[in-house]
Design a binder for this molecule. Sequence first.
Ligand SMILES: [Zn+2]
Length: 167
Amino acid sequence: MPFTPIHLGPGIFIKALLQGSFSLMVFAWAQIIMDIQPLIVMISGTGHLHGFSHTYIGATLLALFSALSGRSLSLFGLKIMGLANKHTQITWLVAFTSAFIGTYSHVILDAIMHSDVEPYFPITLNNHFLGLISIEQLHQWCFYSGLIGVIIYYAVQYFLQKKYKKC
Ligand SMILES: [Zn+2]
């Protein structure tokens, strides 16, 4: 399903763990890029819904594209939202790490939900992720990982600020 926010839950959780070494903006951008193909298929009514974009080869190419296009776009977005200061930066390493985590996790989550996802194309068309957990469990897992992520993120930020003030 194009542009489902469930992918963002695990992204927020990873952001909480990696803090400044992970860009949630680039990650979110990668989610949008990943679902452009299914969106076109849905609108046009022709083609393979989760086709090449939802394979590991497709996800690799889209991660490269998401990192290259998403880095400056994310910095721009942070500036517009007033979340950037003069120290805000997204290194290329962070951009690529976030984009690859974004597209690869996207393939796994969609592969659990959708029978037409073929992650290992062209080696095999099997999808061993399918039905690994129920869709309801998957949605709950994504939701709670995001919720726990928000709590951890702000807890870490709070303690860092406290420590910074003491110095
Ligand atoms: Zn998708």
